[in-house]
Design a protein around this ligand. Structure first.
Ligand code: GLA
Length: 384
């Protein structure tokens, strides 16, 4: 559990100062994978796993960051911030300070305690939660406030420019702007969004394959390059297609033969996924859960077969769920190559579903999966 009172007491003991406390959630994406950097649509929800930050000023010009998760403290000079990442957990919080400093903000010394329960490296955006909670804490320390979407962009820049991960806007956006009991249909082109209510009788069951996922690894940027190469081919013919968001399946029929086979497959996933994501929000709005489930299944296999972004364990986690009572839809969520599946399940069946899925998966792979029944939560905010 992320417990604000425990974080406060930890901060007071370590730094002898009363902290202001903030929280930022992890996320699960219901549908719309690898569409954000193509300026397309995604439909994530913030979840009740989150990272807490406690912050208090210091007078010695030092930035001291303590992570309870890593049991480690790291010190920086506020006047001499690192210019690049050091392949360390502190890259995320200090990267936030560096990017915000580049925006003209000036930070005095401060003590920052961090503690979260978003499973690390599981595709539930633990790093976005860490960035967003830090951004909120440090800006509030200097009396600056950015609107949620702007804060999200700044945190995305931490990944892109400081950490060196070429991710899109989805994770930071939902961590900063999530809404309790809702998913967000986000248009990654202009960051406008529509709230998509998650019916009260539907649970978000998140099943961790325990296969570690990393978006800084090679596969994510490779997939991204392959899909962008397909986009360039279409753009060379008809122009006005700067992103796959602007492309259609007909474009692929016409010019797919000019693309490398893998590029064509990646683009087919991205273009069809955009259509599914918009359709899924409509189905949710109408209460057509059957259609929601159908779209999720289609999305999973598109992600797995055309995008080749899944793995045997995630495919099995989806397959093993199919005939369990209460399932509405299941698919791999997040950056891919491991991580978690999201299962929409009738609330009354959620507990039994989670238990049985866990048993089936453990029997197949001899790995005990973590399965959580989650709820859509509010985005980042101050607690005290
Ligand atoms: C990761 C990235 C996101 C998005 C997803 C795939 O979570 O951080 O920007 O691209 O993968 O949908």
């Amino acid at each position: 559990m992320h417990d604000p009172a425990a974080l406060r007491s930890l901060h007071v003991t370590r730094f002898q100062a009363e902290p202001a406390v903030f929280v930022a959630p992890g996320r699960v994406n219901l549908i719309g994978e690898h569409t954000d950097y193509a300026e397309g649509f995604v439909m994530p929800a913030a979840i009740d796993f989150a990272t807490l930050a406690g912050i208090s000023p210091r007078s010695d010009g030092k930035i001291v960051i303590y992570s309870e998760n890593y049991g480690e403290e790291k010190t920086f000079e506020a006047a001499l911030l690192p210019a690049k990442a050091g392949k360390h957990w502190s890259d995320y919080p200090i990267g936030v300070v560096a990017i915000l400093t580049g925006e003209g903000n000036k930070f005095p010394g401060f003590s920052l305690s961090l503690w979260g329960d978003v499973p690390l490296g599981s595709g539930l955006s633990s790093s976005a939660a860490l960035e967003v909670v830090t951004a909120l804490a440090v800006t509030s320390l200097i009396g600056v406030s950015y609107p949620g979407p702007v804060l999200a962009r700044l945190c995305q820049r931490v990944e892109n420019e400081f950490v060196g991960a070429n991710c899109g806007i989805m994770d930071q956006f939902i961590s900063a702007n999530g809404k309790k009991d809702h998913a967000l249909l986000l248009d990654c082109r202009d960051l406008s969004f529509k709230l998509a209510p998650i019916p009260a009788n539907v649970a978000l069951v998140i099943a961790n394959t325990m296969v570690k996922h990393s978006i800084a690894g090679g596969d994510y940027p490779t997939r991204r390059r392959e899909s962008e190469a397909a986009c360039a081919v279409i753009n060379s013919h008809r122009g006005n297609v700067p992103f796959l968001r602007d492309a259609t399946l007909e474009d692929l029929e016409k010019w797919g033969h000019e693309m490398a086979p893998k590029s064509l497959m990646r683009a087919r996933h991205v273009i069809s996924e955009n259509l599914r994501t918009v359709a899924c929000e409509k189905a949710l709005e109408k209460g057509d859960l059957k259609e929601v489930g159908r779209l999720m299944t289609e999305a999973h296999w598109s992600y797995s077969k055309d995008f080749e972004g899944s793995c045997a364990e995630a495919d099995a986690m989806v397959e093993l769920a199919q005939d369990l009572p209460g399932l509405i839809g299941a698919r791999l969520t997040g950056g891919g190559f491991g991580g978690c599946t999201i299962n929409l399940v009738e609330q009354s069946q959620a507990k039994a579903f989670a238990e049985e899925l866990g048993k089936r998966y453990a029997a197949k792979f001899n790995i005990e999966p973590q399965i959580h029944v989650c709820h859509a939560s509010d985005g980042a905010h101050r607690i005290s």
